[in-house]
Design a protein around this ligand. Sequence first.
Ligand SMILES: [Zn+2]
Length: 97
Amino acid sequence: MAIRLDVGVRLVVEWVEYERHIQMDNSDSKLKTLAKLEGCDEMDILEAATYDGVCPGICVNEGCEYTTQVEPDQRAGHCESCNTKTVKSALVLAGII
Ligand SMILES: [Zn+2]
């Protein structure tokens, strides 16, 4: 019983750490990847997205670099490469929206 509790607590701690890692590091690196693919820096993308009705977005799946134009508040856009709803806009990745 004590061992099972330990395992349970450890799994919860690992899950929380994993979630935190995904939310902070993945978004940040995905935003950098998106900027690199667009040929500009992150600020250029964010600035352009503030004026235009569309915003570049990138699939947040590990290893996928599919990009497309999305609505600025897009959080679950369609990735044609993965066939999943995993495209987020640069503004969402940056935590602005
Ligand atoms: Zn993808």
